[in-house]
Design a protein. Sequence first.
Length: 253
Amino acid sequence: MSVETAIATTPAATSGLRIPGHLAVIMDGNGRWAQARGKVRTEGHVEGVKALRRLVDLSIRYGIKHLTVFSFSSENWRRPRDEVNFIFGLLHRFVASDLATLIQNNVRIRIIGSSKGLDEPLRRLIAEVQSKTANNTGLELIVAFNYGGKSELTEAVQSIAAEVAAGRLKPEDITEATVERALYTSGIPDPDMIIRTSGEQRVSNFLIWQGAYSELVFVEEHWPDFNEQVFLRALDEYSSRNRRFGGIESRSP
Ligand code: IPE
Ligand code: IPE
Ligand code: MG
């Protein structure tokens, strides 16, 4: 889908930073942040929620339209059961503590990921946050929870194949738009920039279709240390990139 960018009208206006229309973040390094301080990994996840609040506030202030955050991957089930349960509990606690403020701030929330493996209270919570914020018109906060790009594509292929089997779609009529409509992210523009914290330089199954032309920015800080300074450094890096989309003319973001 088309690229959406704007020149900052808020705090960065004078510095000429380019603001991505859609920012996606792989919030990595909670466990290492905690371990480096002699704490248990779960304390890193608690601090990570504070960093997420900072990111949402920054995104609103800097005029980002869509913010996607990777909060639990389909591969994170491989972790000890206690850690998985803690992360699920944290999502409940985050909604309980923050939903009213998010609504006040006109944030619309969409959860992307598989519902497989999620218990009934979690499914109800997801439905609730989406319906309570559905009419908001400000920042769209997309939470990738129990999300994996390969499983998303597999589910998309299954639904398209079902259409073909039912005789409603011819194989030769399948286009990139057909695939996009079948993804969890249907209707959301592709991310312009993906930030990953904690120094790891990989995508880890995040938005593998949608991120085909995203600018990747890797920062050394662990997720709980994410703040405005790190955010601005990443935006500065993004602003310096030339996006060519396969062409020869360079387009600044
Ligand atoms: C990111 O931090 C949060 C989740 C994946 C849920 P990690 O928990 O992956 O932290 P590290 O990478 O082990 O330090
Ligand atoms: C990616 O981080 C998933 C999230 C941030 C939610 P991981 O910590 O799971 O990724 P790997 O295992 O290092 O690739
Ligand atoms: Mg990690």
